[in-house]
Design a protein around this ligand. Sequence first.
Ligand code: HEM
Length: 410
Amino acid sequence: MLSEKTIEIVKATAPVLQEHGNTLTRHFYNRMFSHNPEVLPYFNRANQAAGKQQAALASAICAYAANIDNLGQLKEAVELIAQKHTSLQIKPEHYPIVGENLLASIREVLGSAATDEIIAAWGEAYGFLADILIGREAQIYRAAASVPGGWEGFRRFIVSKKEQESSVVTSFYLTPEDKGPLPSFKPGQYITIRVPTGDGLTTMRQYSLSAKPNSDWLRISVKREDGAGISAPPGYVSNLLHNSLTVGSVLDVAPPCGEFFLDRDLNDDRPLVLIAGGIGITPLMSMLQSALENSPQRQVTFIHGCQNEDVQAFKSTVENLKTQHANLIAHFRYLDPQKPLSSNGIGASKGFIDTSLLETMIGDRDADYYYCGPTPFLANMHRLLNARNVPHEQQHFEFFGPKEELAAFA
Ligand code: HEM
């Protein structure tokens, strides 16, 4: 347990750290990458460049400090971080590296305000949180390796099929090179792939599994990120996959992970609403297929908002599902449709997803909501669902990339 004194010091100094949060975490990452370059391959350089990872760590530290005497509040945050860490193969031996660089950064940024007593208290608090994460991560690694078809670390997979889903999205079907069985996973989870960066290093990315669990292959569906100038350079990994990966190519894959999944333990008498923004459709496709297969009585509403039909992935897949499942209601919402609006048995309209669309499709039904897409889309959904008084525990969403503060976008 942490001592009373440590708790008192951490709580008292948290506002100062919060004030310097982003400067501190930027300094920390620069310091760690120059002192310990061996951890570089674990980090997504694009998230670093956009400052998202720094912001995620800063807000995790602030949340931790604020709740240090009530860690139950951090349960969800700990689970998200532990799932992300295990997906990237972060191990106990990495924690001292982060701890040392973090404490040194607090000293360097706060100067004489960071007394020995303060540094000692934060050191103790960091060790406490590290032990919680290491413990949870050990459980996740054990579970992933011990399920039938499961594995530890990276396993080699062959691209057995490559399929274009839209002008910008391509699916890759992956089968184990060792021809062994595949594990089941929870619909909504992701895998991590590891690819070379050309400079002798490797980099990793997470991609949602875009089909329901099956015994033959894992499928990811990747949007080619073309980039939009200096602020958003082209996606290195997505372009590599689209341009260089062909049938027969081999990839390193880490086991399925993630805490955004369709929970079969939840009450499935309650209607299910799945709302996708753009490429956010990938985990929701897996959920949609699984829900329709496993809960034929459950009313399922599926809404896909995207730019237009050309970039829309899985349009015909959803249309086919609609013809097979009477319990599915679906709607496509286009920002800038390029063709006259028509769809096979599925509603289609122009605009953002808004209150009136939700009202028409869901009315006042009590439902479980799962949504995924770019951050402004998530912020909009969160605002709309809060305005409809959907309880927090019935709203499930996922960021592609480090978690951000939705309120900041409201
Ligand atoms: C108590 C210690 C730690 C805390 C509080 C922490 C916190 C976090 C948070 C909040 C995220 C973002 C999760 C998300 O929203 O997706 C994250 C991701 C990550 N963490 Fe940690 N972390 C800790 C230790 C470590 C260690 C020891 C390593 C190993 C070098 C590490 C490497 C990473 C990486 C590579 C990511 C993903 C970043 C990316 O997308 O590029 N973390 N961590």
